[in-house]
Design a protein around this ligand. Structure first.
Ligand code: GAP
Length: 488
């Protein structure tokens, strides 16, 4: 039970200190949509940057991409989302609430992933003992039916010729659709990856716990293309890299684990899949998916090859789709633009793909939960966010001890110098102890205070958030001191 209190504490701290607000709050709020406040925007930007740094900047074999959210509708036909990206739902006959059937098994338990449609349909045959989570009625459900998760929108000003488009439910398809463009415009050679961070949208039937599952969210996805036969090795490598990314950014080992998908959980395209799971403090306290890492085989590139050929055939046959015959011989695929020619081996193949797919909002929540702590300072309870320095929204806060004797001017000059390199905050209001507490709650790793001694020897006190220890540092050394401590 203490865990539920902890999430409540975090939600209230997030609102109080400007990390996360309910969207459209002044109009009564919009369910499952959230806005990041000043501290939250910095935190989330740091999570994104940490992912990008480790996945793109630090690697010689990954390049970045930033695709549009709206894509040609045939992309979603080819990827399978138009036909298969659905949750199986049933409506309670008593209160008309629609629920995901896989959630009805035990409505206190959360299934983070979307179960494949076929599996969910098979599981949903008998709902006679299931309980409606909204009104508690037992076994009074309509027949299960698929509910499409993609949001629709219209493109074009005229009602007659406007086109129905979808808001992308994953960023991955933009990467597959640009595979040829990246090959032709860069010097990448297989094995290599294409990474992207961006918004995705899903009309989720069940939203959940704060920013854990929302209808608009941000994904950080890597599609790593490799030669068939080397995929198992890359799959193992990326599992390790991604698990260690969370640990390296301060997530406690005991709160993180890897879970292998069972055969019937696997999406139709996947040869293997694991979830990196975090022990979130909600629901039944179960482990919840933070990131999925899948071996997607050559499914997506083949599907898009089929998709573009269908489009070309469609034009050739004057729009009569019935005249199209799809030859699926292996050689035929290899003629397509989404195949790869290995110059050294003189061999052409359709690459396999390893996909680590992380949620920026979900990992931001995990970093918040994991960093949250309460301890005692001067006989009082102290709320502290022990963020890894790379994630801390503010790296250093600068205070004059008192608002006189030239201290504010010196402190402001230090602030002006340091803010060129780090996100800093200047504060001169209230007792210095209270200013420390406010920065502890924001997760600021260092507080710099100008006091009476500063004028005499040009030193300041630097106080560490976690140990609360203070040391004197020369003003001229502050930049290097912080650089070294923050590792940024
Ligand atoms: N391209 C593969 C893919 O999209 P997924 O498991 O459906 O796989 C990957 O999503 C990650 O995206 C999840 O592990 C989660 O972190 C995040 N995610 C998915 N749906 C989400 C939602 N409704 N709200 C917040 N994050 C979500």
């Amino acid at each position: 039970m203490a865990k539920i209190t902890k999430l409540d504490d975090i939600v209230s701290l997030c609102k109080r200190r400007g990390f996360i607000f309910q969207s459209s709050e002044i109009y009564g709020g919009l369910a499952s949509c959230y806005d990041y406040g000043p501290l939250g925007a910095e935190l989330k930007r740091n999570v994104r940057n940490a992912w990008w740094k480790s996945t793109v900047q630090m690697r010689d074999d990954v390049v970045g991409l930033d695709c549009s959210i709206l894509m040609h509708p045939l992309v979603w036909k080819a990827s399978g989302h138009a036909d298969k990206f659905a949750d199986i739902i049933a409506e309670c006959k008593k209160c008309n609430t629609r629920s995901r059937v896989d959630h009805l098994k035990n409505h206190t338990e959360e299934h983070a992933a979307h179960v494949p449609v076929e599996t969910a349909m098979a599981d949903a045959k008998n709902l006679s003992k299931k309980v409606c989570p909204a009104c508690g009625t037992i076994g009074q459900f309509t027949d299960p039916m698929p509910f499409r998760l993609m949001f629709e929108t219209k493109m074009g000003a005229n009602a007659d010729d406007s086109m129905t488009l979808f808001l992308r439910p994953e960023t991955a398809q933009g990467i597959f659709a640009n595979f040829r463009n990246v090959l032709d415009s860069t010097r990448v050679k297989i094995p290599f990856g294409i990474a992207q961070i961006g918004k995705s949208f899903r009309n989720e039937v069940t939203t959940k716990a704060f920013i854990f599952r929302t209808r608009e969210f941000e994904q950080a996805e890597l599609e790593f293309f490799c030669e068939p036969g080397t995929d198992d090795e890359w799959f193992a490598r990326w599992k390790e890299i991604r698990f260690n990314w969370y640990i390296g950014l301060g997530i406690k080992k005991e709160n993180l684990r890897m879970r292998e998908h069972s055969k019937d959980e696997l999406a139709h395209y996947a040869k293997g899949c694991v979830d990196v799971e975090y022990k979130f403090p909600f629901g039944s306290g179960d482990w919840q998916e933070l990131e999925g890492i899948a071996n997607r085989t050559d499914f997506d590139l083949r599907q898009h090859q089929r998709g573009i050929r269908t489009l070309n055939d469609w034009f050739e046959k004057n729009g009569d789709l019935s005249k199209i015959s799809l030859k699926e011989e292996a050689e035929d695929w290899l003629k397509g633009p989404l195949s790869y020619f290995d110059e050294e081996k003189k061999r052409r193949f359709v690459p396999y793909v390893i996909e680590p797919s992380a949620g920026i909002d979900r990992s931001t929540l995990a970093f918040l939960v994991d960093a949250y702590d309460e301890d005692e300072a001067n006989g009082e309870i102290r709320n502290v966010l022990r963020f890894h320095p790379a994630l801390a929204p503010i790296k250093a806060a600068i205070f004059p001890l008192v608002k006189k004797d030239g201290m504010p001017e010196i402190a402001m000059k230090i602030y002006d110098d340091l803010k060129k390199y780090f996100t800093c905050f200047y504060d001169e209001k209230g007792a210095v102890g209270r200013r420390y507490r406010r920065q502890d709650e924001a997760g600021t790793p260092y507080c710099i205070t100008v006091d009476g001694q500063t004028k005499e020897d040009d030193t300041v006190t630097v106080r560490q958030r976690d140990s609360m220890k203070q040391e004197r540092i020369a003003v001229g050394q502050l930049k290097n001191y912080l650089r070294e401590k923050l590792d940024v």
